[in-house]
Design a protein around this ligand. Structure first.
Ligand code: NAD
Length: 253
């Protein structure tokens, strides 16, 4: 895919990895449609893309809501004349242990609401946006590429029943789409980042971050640009599909 003038939709484009991807692709001349929940954050991302000379627009949308996703993708296709790529990046954390056992008493620690909220955004949101993006790529007669952001936590991680299940599901969905949509010239890949310095990891306790960093063989957290660069590599390589690229400083969970 030629990045110059390609229409790239990025969910969660208001901050963190999504914003870094937007700026990286803006420098390459892509046209950007950024989706998020916060208007203020989106306006800031769009302004930064425009400073780099790129065309960028923002769209307020909750990726977990079917009607909102359908309507936002129709609007994007109308505004830009089609869609060439989607980066399914929006995600949340609601960590917690499964159960608590104290003095012979067992209680639930992860609530159904905690489970469901992460599944809704990190798994259903990916499904809804991917389905709509694929439809718009076909309707405008374009080949395209979908990149889903998974995580090294997809292998399973303490305190992340909900997040690990969603991120493993995202990998299964990516391979299914790679097989199913190849006949239309649509590729699908997943990226599994390790620990990357963003607002999301910034919310972790400093002791936990320090302990985690010590376990990373490269002895540092990743930078958002290192994920953005991987996005760019995938978009530009037309023979990549159906695989997960791990960008994690050699950390394995
Ligand atoms: P972040 O919290 O900094 O940014 C996530 C963005 O998604 C926010 O702007 C938020 O408003 C948006 N968002 C959340 N729910 C949404 C919804 N329902 N609809 C639309 N937008 C929504 O997180 P980040 O660190 O930039 O992570 C981006 C992605 O990368 C996530 O999927 C995350 O799980 C994944 N990831 C991050 C790391 C890391 O270390 N930062 C590691 C592995 C995977």
């Amino acid at each position: 895919m030629q990045l110059k003038d390609s229409v790239v939709v990025i969910t969660g484009g208001g901050q963190g990895l999504g914003r870094a991807m937007a700026l990286y692709l803006a420098e390459k001349g892509a046209r950007l449609a950024l989706i998020d929940l916060s208007e203020e954050k989106l306006q800031e991302s769009v302004a930064k893309c425009e400073e780099l000379g790129a065309e960028a627009r923002y769209y307020l949308c909750n990726v977990a809501k079917e009607a909102e996703v359908e309507s936002v993708f129709s609007k994007i296709a109308e505004d830009f004349g089609g869609v060439d790529a989607l980066i399914n990046n929006a995600g949340i954390l609601r960590d917690g242990m499964l159960i608590k056992y104290k003095d012979g008493q067992v209680t639930h620690r992860m609530s159904l609401e905690q489970w469901q909220s992460v599944i809704d955004v990190n798994l259903t949101g990916v499904f809804l946006c991917g389905r709509e993006a694929a439809a718009k790529m076909l309707e405008s007669g374009r080949k395209g590429c979908i990149i889903n952001i998974s995580s090294i936590s997809r292998a399973g991680n303490i305190g992340q029943t909900n997040y690990s299940a969603a991120k493993a599901g995202v990998v299964g969905m990516s391979v299914s789409w790679a097989k199913e949509l190849a006949r239309f010239g649509i590729r699908c890949m997943a990226i599994a980042p390790g620990f990357i310095e963003t607002e999301m990891t910034g919310s972790m306790k400093p002791e936990a971050l320090e302990m985690m960093t010590k376990q990373i063989p490269l002895r540092r957290m990743g930078q958002p640009n290192e994920i953005a660069q991987t996005v760019c590599f995938i978009l530009e390589n037309d023979y990549l599909s159906g695989r997960v690229i791990e960008v994690d400083g050699a950390l394995r969970i």
